[in-house]
Design a protein around this ligand. Structure first.
Ligand code: ARG
Length: 266
């Protein structure tokens, strides 16, 4: 009896997958049906200035871990991925207001964000690190951040949120933090001597340090976080379908293959 049920369930899943592959605007894996912003498409809002998770290619396309994983998820759902590139804060707002279906941008799950949006199961660990000039007089360890005249961050990111918090709450106060539109601009400001340090996620930090001689990442980690895919609050049907697709990609090795393509193990 149990076996029969399993077969039935599997059959139901195959049928529902086939149904959404047929250009239907509603898809379903084994739960309730979901709809997407545009028929047959999965719109992903992102900020494609965050290597190796999302970046632009020379021919105007997009690449990176998030982009390829989202493509694989879309395929499983019988949809075509459309990348909507915008500012990081806009990428979060777009999914919250239903302009896009998912937001994928190395987004850290935080309590504040959980109040305004839903998140998938976490798919990666992010670490906030500190980049300084190799010969930085101002900041040589994480403890020196408190005395740094100016810390650079990307606007609306957790790096900005933590650093700009009042001193009583463990931050350094707004006056000591500058928010740039992208992490790359924050790093450029460090190179130019406009800020003393940049607080940013570890993988983009590695990419920026590799591109800019004379920079280094401090050994001590500033914060450890979970990355997840963002949804509009209450969009449980799509969230469940994406979680199921992601679980399959993890189980069959596709997810790890994509990660390995962009991140070489140390
Ligand atoms: N993990 C950080 C956060 O969620 C930074 C993410 C920035 N992502 C990007 N694509 N620019 O706030």
């Amino acid at each position: 009896m149990k076996k029969f049920m399993t077969v039935l369930l599997a059959l139901a899943m195959v049928l529902s997958l086939a149904a959404c592959g047929g250009g239907n605007n509603a898809g379903s894996q084994d739960g309730a049906a979901f709809t997407t912003v545009e028929e047959g498409k999965l719109h992903m809002s992102t900020n494609a200035a965050f290597p190796p998770y999302e970046m632009t290619t020379d021919d105007g396309g997009f690449e990176g871990i998030d982009v390829e994983v989202a493509e694989a998820i879309a395929k499983k759902l019988g949809l075509e991925l459309v990348v909507d590139d915008m500012g990081f804060d806009a990428a979060l707002t777009a999914v919250q207001t239903g302009q896009t279906d998912i937001a994928m941008a190395g987004i850290t799950v935080t309590d504040d964000r959980l109040e305004v949006m839903d998140f998938s199961d976490s798919y990666a660990t992010g670490v906030q690190v500190v980049i300084v000039k190799e010969d930085s007089p101002a900041v040589q360890s994480i403890d020196d951040l408190a005395s740094a005249a100016m810390i650079g961050t990307q606007k609306a990111t957790t790096g900005y949120i933590y650093c700009s918090a009042p001193v009583e709450e463990g931050g350094y106060g707004e006056d000591h933090v500058t928010a740039f539109d992208t992490g790359a601009l924050a790093v450029m400001a460090l190179v130019n001597g406009q800020v003393d340090a940049v607080v940013i996620d570890n993988e983009p930090a590695k990419a920026y340090v590799a591109e800019n001689p004379g920079l280094k990442i401090l050994d001590t980690e500033f914060a450890v976080e979970d990355y997840a895919i963002g949804f509009a609050k209450g969009n449980t049907a799509l969230k469940d379908a994406v979680n199921a697709a992601m679980a399959e990609l993890k189980a069959d090795g596709t997810f790890q293959k994509i990660v390995d393509k962009y991140i070489t193990a140390e």
